[in-house]
Design a binder for this molecule. Structure first.
Ligand SMILES: Nc1nc2c(ncn2[C@@H]2O[C@H](COP(=O)(O)OP(=O)(O)OP(=O)(O)O)[C@@H](O)[C@H]2O)c(=O)[nH]1
Length: 598
């Protein structure tokens, strides 16, 4: 297919505005996929994605469309993950396109994620084709959405294509707009191979499959390739396109979107955003935009039963071969035994990995409170990066601690602004902008510490706005803050699994909460147990559990010795599941309960 007849595009949208439904309709209309296949494809999707109703990852697809001008075009649709954890992948997919369809729900209007996605598309200077979806809904309000497009996004309302992905309205108009409005890929300036790797998956049988957009040159089976950010060279075993199944082709040329299989054995052999070129005649410099993926959120993962350590090690290593964004290192904790310190792109990524360990590997795991990365300047001038509260240098050795920040976009009905501003302040955020979107809604922009939105910010936003508020965020550098390490001591012994880095002003409140919660999960002992929160040796919160003599046989009056024995047996078993912290026995699930509840 000649380059003038190729169009590369993505679909961007707020969650639930109809991206998946529209993609399916485009595939159906171009007869790329039959209804029967569509069902199969749905069955193939990861369980997790279906349960959560979000698309985490999906394949690009090539379709052929005979346009009204009589010519047949190859349209390559690159899907983008719809979550900020994967925003680097989104930016690489967008960089491989010339245009994007921007879907806006006719009833809901522009949302926070619509804007965040649009920023990413504008950064890549893509041609935007706005589509107003769900016009079949009785609550659809086209004039309102038109006004929002003009006021907020600065797109002329007449450019927007009214559509219903569900009812099949406007599908042909969208395809025509892709052909007419989105430019063909640029003619390459020379013949050097330059292919941008925008995603990769790991296949148990074929190893790494790289998804690429070829910018110039060509490649086929036998071509020797190399990258700019990994050292090795590889020989290509197979190239092909997505129809949507992987379909072998003789060659990929400039303008094409397809896949490359070379003998790469681990997800770490190829980095997303890197440039693939030939090893014999490499292009002089890489394509722009590469970034090393940095994990932003860390958590310890431990086997509940310490004899499962080896199996857990095998499981995390397997996951890492699949997922280059996931990292781990062994660590040990006095409270939890041997386990791993794991790095994730964000909270959703963390949950996905934990779920996969549970489901695919049948691991019974416990994870510690998530932590972000802190940059620490020590008094001796040395810089250290801290991802584990236990590794924070002593207070007197610290000159400055900087924490990661995010810029948050919040869309909310105007009535809740007051409450939301309070929440933002409580979370140590700074308001940057308030903009009226329409008669009902307002968009707030603020800068907040990443650590503050990690756990419950979105939930509180949702409940505060009765579900009408939406948010999205992007990473925005580091800022100095008064962070301190808070220890939790049980009967005088610090328990490393509960150590956290908190803001000095919030330490008391958080310490009190943790102590109260621990009090409810630690069983009474034969002596009084003190639960204390401390900063650098100074106690800031305290609870105590009164002593009790536990006599399990008390209920068995008199005779029945076998029943007595049974109860004693049971008590012994119960003891085995306890973890001894100093002289206090803490039930294993106490950690789970306390850490989970947050
Ligand atoms: N009434 C109506 N409903 C639609 C239309 N398009 C999609 N929907 C419904 O809206 C819901 C969300 O659609 P999806 O296509 O899954 O949304 P999405 O944007 O792909 O969501 P993510 O994959 O989570 O980003 C589904 O229940 C669809 O059936 C439409 O044109 N009209």
């Amino acid at each position: 297919m000649s380059i003038e007849l190729t169009r590369n595009f993505s679909i961007i949208a707020h969650i639930d505005h109809g991206k998946t439904t529209l993609s399916d309709r485009l595939l159906e209309f171009t007869k790329t996929i039959t209804e029967r296949q569509q069902q199969d494809q749905l069955l193939d999707a990861m369980d997790l994605e279906r349960e959560r109703g979000i698309t985490i990852k999906s394949h690009p697809v090539s379709m052929y469309y005979k346009a009204k001008d009589g010519k047949t075009y190859q349209l390559n649709l690159l899907d983008t993950p719809g979550h900020v954890d994967f925003s680097y992948e989104v930016s690489r997919s967008l960089a491989a396109c010339e245009g994007a369809i921007l879907i806006v729900d006719a009833a809901q209007g522009v949302e926070a994620q619509t804007l965040a996605n649009l920023h990413l598309a504008n950064d890549q200077e893509l041609t935007i084709v706005p589509v107003i979806n769900k016009i079949d809904l009785p609550s659809a309000d086209l004039p309102k959405v038109h006004k929002q497009l003009e006021d907020i996004i600065c797109i002329p309302a007449e450019d927007a294509i009214p559509a219903s992905a569900k009812a099949g309205i406007g599908i042909e108009d969208i395809l025509e707009a892709i052909v007419e409005r989105i430019p063909a890929p640029e003619q390459p300036k020379d013949d050097h191979l330059r292919a941008s790797v925008f995603d990769s998956i790991y296949d148990n049988f074929r190893g790494v499959v790289s998804y690429v957009r070829v910018m110039s040159g060509s490649m086929k089976r036998g071509t020797r390739i190399k990258f700019f950010h990994t050292p090795n060279t590889y020989e290509i075993k197979e190239v092909g396109v997505f129809t949507p199944a992987m379909t072998k082709r003789d060659e990929l040329v400039a303008g094409d979107v397809g896949y490359v299989i070379a003998n790469m054995k681990s997800a770490h052999d190829v980095k997303i955003g890197d440039t693939m070129t030939t090893s014999v005649q490499p292009c002089p410099e890489p394509l722009p935009g590469f970034k090393e993926i940095q994990p932003m959120v860390f958590s310890g993962i431990y086997p509940v039963d310490s004899s499962d350590y080896e199996s857990l090690k095998v499981a995390v290593a397997k996951l890492q071969i699949n997922d280059a964004a996931f990292s781990f290192m062994s660590e040990s904790s006095a409270a939890l035994g041997f386990g791993f310190r794991c790095g994730f792109l964000g909270l959703l990524h963390m949950e996905i990995i934990q779920e996969r360990l549970r489901r695919e590997f049948n691991m019974d795991i416990i994870s510690t409170y998530p932590s972000v990365i802190y940059e620490v300047t020590q008094t001796n001038g040395e810089e250290v990066i801290v991802d584990n509260p236990c590794m924070l240098p002593e207070a007197q050795q610290i000159q400055e601690i900087r924490e990661p920040m995010v810029r948050v976009y919040i869309m909310t009905p105007g009535d809740y602004i007051g409450d939301l501003m309070k929440l933002i302040m409580e979370k140590r955020g700074d308001m940057e902008n308030t903009e009226t979107i329409d008669d009902l809604r307002v968009m707030l922009t603020c800068r907040m510490p990443l650590a503050e939105i990690l756990v419950d910010f979105n939930d509180r936003l949702k409940s505060m706005t009765r579900g009408y508020g939406s948010m999205d965020y992007e990473h925005d550098g580091y800022r100095a803050a008064k962070m301190v390490k808070m220890d939790i001591m049980i009967a005088g012994e610090p328990v490393d699994a509960f150590a956290t880095i908190v803001h000095r002003d919030k330490a008391e409140g958080y310490g009190r909460k943790l102590c109260e919660r621990l009090k409810t999960v630690i069983p009474q002992q034969l002596f009084v147990v003190a639960i204390q929160a401390a900063i650098g040796g100074k106690i800031i919160a305290r609870e105590s559990i009164s002593a009790m003599r536990k006599n399990v046989t008390a209920k068995c009056y008199g005779g029945d010795i076998s029943r007595k024995r049974k109860l004693l047996e049971k008590q012994k078993k119960g003891k085995a599941k306890m973890k001894a912290i100093g002289k206090v026995n803490i039930p294993q699930d106490a950690f789970i309960r306390v850490l989970k509840n947050d």
